[in-house]
Design a protein around this ligand. Structure first.
Ligand SMILES: Cc1cc2nc3c(=O)[nH]c(=O)nc-3n(C[C@H](O)[C@H](O)[C@H](O)COP(=O)(O)OP(=O)(O)OC[C@H]3O[C@@H](n4cnc5c(N)ncnc54)[C@H](O)[C@@H]3O)c2cc1C
Length: 564
């Protein structure tokens, strides 16, 4: 259960769903690495993949809730994790068309418009893809400034006018969910738009990748009453609730990309001989591979555990609103660190045109920046700090969720407010279950952070200094990250030396963020001095890293290579 090998998918799915995964892997392996790379270089629209998913009804099966779908259809986050990971593994563009279909579908499945839901299910069954028209050129994260307007038509219905920017699948989507405001009354609104309509003007692909990231304009585009999906606060909530679903997937794209890059890197390094020895024999190289592998395993453990909370969520238990942004910002930035470590090892090889690695060096950078930047997500994560670190509560235990359930709550998340009321379970439980040297050190660091927060009052003025609080947010995020990783390590029976190795990395990372906070201009002299109480050195290794390298990591050099 540590890393994906696409030829031996490890996540426990029912036979039908395993079949979908195997078919998808077979599609990419038959396409082969050479063609995959050529299509990437030549920016070929991935019609082959879309035809394949249409023929196998893959998006329709995985993305239609059971109430609307055919055989095997349900929105099952666990199964979708596995599919996300495989698509990320073979290339970000393939993942992206699926991801923006997910986003586009959000407002449809959240709507009460039964006619449009039936039409959506039918379009998916015909192989249709979808898109999410939220962003605009001038406003980025600031949705309040949305300019798309819907005006009442004298003859009934409405006309929409405005532009959208960065809209995936905007060239070929069967339908787009578009966010805007009513011209009269300023109510928020989501409506359906069809890119084939003459009043839909496709302006350009904003990006230079295989994906189509559209700028489009609606010029007095007619919208019938039946094409309105959501209005008022419900439309506003749907924009945020859809992103809650989508942002979770970004972590899986990073995991998939980094896993494929890892296989290529270790295969190359282990076969490359310099000065009569293998590159993997250099101590700094084995250390870098061990750090990269450890970070990657941690990314996967966290993302899987976060899915348990997402799947078990109710309107009363919304802990996922912390864990999903952590997947979004932490897992994706960790993906960048994995690629950086591997690239330092394989150096020139990482530029070569026939490697998947070369795509990974570019694509891994995208995930932290989409659907809210790292900063936006840390700012969100920080809202939960008091209830996690200082005032935990009794909350229901969440089991591992691999069952084939339809996650209907995702489309019934309710009002997107009241974050300060969300309660969290006591993190001492997870941290107390592991008697390991680096977990013990990390516990000391958490206690030091709690003491820092209660003694070093962060003033109101300092709370507005994002440069300062974002670093605090990194420290807090690491605590939450470690907690869910320990929960999952216990559930999955991860070897203790691997867990200790993960916390060897975290002890160092925590110290690094503490030193960053120490240096922030906005910290007082007293606060800066107190930051140093958070710094620890990892426990003596005693041969642990070398044992893990030999047992878990070096064998990956021969485990997987993509078909040529
Ligand atoms: C390839 C690609 C595909 C995309 N696909 C889609 C799509 O299909 N549909 C769609 O609707 N959008 C899509 N987007 C848009 C994307 O999600 C937005 O670009 C993203 O949300 C961030 O907006 P921005 O990059 O314009 O950053 P800006 O909003 O300009 O933010 C810039 C900086 O301001 C700061 N900042 C802003 N707000 C806050 C805050 N609240 N707290 C703290 N700091 C803050 C941060 O430092 C941030 O990095 C896509 C973008 C790209 C590049």
């Amino acid at each position: 259960m540590l890393l994906l090998d696409p030829r031996r998918p490890d996540l426990p799915l029912d036979p039908f769903s395993t079949g979908i995964l195997r078919d998808t892997v077979a599609f990419f392996e038959a396409k082969g690495k050479k063609k995959l790379k050529e299509d990437d270089r030549d920016r070929v629209w991935y019609r082959d993949f879309l035809e394949f998913q249409k023929e196998k009804k893959i998006f329709s099966t995985l993305l239609t809730p059971s109430a609307w779908g055919g055989e095997g259809a349900r929105w099952d986050t666990f199964r979708n994790c596995a599919f996300n990971e495989v698509l990320g593994f073979y290339g970000l563009p393939y993942w992206y068309t699926w991801q923006v279909t997910i986003l586009g579908l959000g407002p449809f499945w959240m709507s009460r418009n039964e006619t449009l839901k039936r039409r959506t299910a039918a379009l998916l069954a015909e192989g249709g893809i979808f898109g999410f028209g939220l962003s605009e050129k001038a406003h980025g994260a600031d949705l309040y400034s949305t300019e798309m307007r819907l005006a009442k038509s004298p003859g009934g219905g409405y006309t929409a006018s405005g532009r959208k920017y960065y809209i995936g699948n905007g060239n070929e989507a069967a339908l787009l969910s578009v966010f805007g405001k009513m011209a009269e009354g300023d109510d928020w609104v989501f409506f359906a738009a069809d890119p084939r309509h003459p009043k839909y003007q496709l302006i350009q692909n904003v990006c230079t990748s295989q994906s189509y990231v559209a700028e489009f304009a609606l010029n007095d585009y007619p919208v019938a009453d039946e094409e309105i999906l959501l209005r008022g606060p419900e439309a506003w909530d749907a924009s945020l609730n859809t992103v809650n679903v989508g942002k979770y997937n970004l972590g899986w794209a990073s995991i998939g990309i980094a896993t494929h890059a890892f296989y290529e890197a270790i295969r190359h390094a282990s076969r490359r001989r310099l000065y009569g020895m293998s590159v993997t024999d250099f101590p700094h190289v084995s250390r870098m591979f061990t750090d990269a592998w450890t970070r990657l395993v941690a990314m996967r453990l966290f993302a899987l555990r976060a899915a348990d909370y997402f799947r078990s969520a109710t309107r009363e238990d919304r802990r996922y609103l912390l864990y999903n942004p952590v997947v979004k910002m932490k897992v994706t930035t960790e993906g960048e660190r994995v690629i950086d470590l591997l690239w330092d090892v394989i150096a020139a090889k990482g530029f070569e045109k026939e490697t998947v690695f070369e795509m990974a060096t570019r694509d891994i950078r995208a995930l932290p920046k989409l659907e809210g930047t790292v900063h936006v997500n840390i700012a969100l994560i920080l809202k939960f700090l008091p209830n996690v670190l200082l005032t935990p509560s009794a909350c229901p235990e969440v089991p591992r969720r691999t069952d084939p359930a339809d996650d209907v709550f995702l489309f019934d998340q309710g009002p997107a407010r009241g974050l300060s009321k969300i309660r969290f379970h006591d993190l001492r439980k997870a941290y107390g279950e592991f008697d390991l040297p680096n977990v013990a050190l990390f516990r000391e660091q958490i206690a030091a952070l709690q003491s820092f927060l209660s003694r070093q009052r962060v003033t109101e003025a300092q709370q507005k200094d994002l440069d300062l609080v974002l670093t605090l947010g990194e420290l807090f995020t690491l605590v939450v990250y470690g907690q869910l990783i320990l929960e999952n390590a216990a559930l999955l029976g991860v070897a203790p030396d691997v867990v200790d190795q993960i916390f060897d990395v975290f002890v160092r990372d925590f110290s690094r963020f503490a030193v960053e906070l120490h240096g922030r201009a906005g910290a007082t002299t007293e606060q800066a001095a107190a930051c140093l109480s958070l710094v620890r050195r990892p426990a003596p290794d005693g041969g642990r890293a070398a044992a893990i390298f030999a047992r878990e990591i070096l064998p990956l050099a021969d485990a997987y290579e993509m078909s040529p």
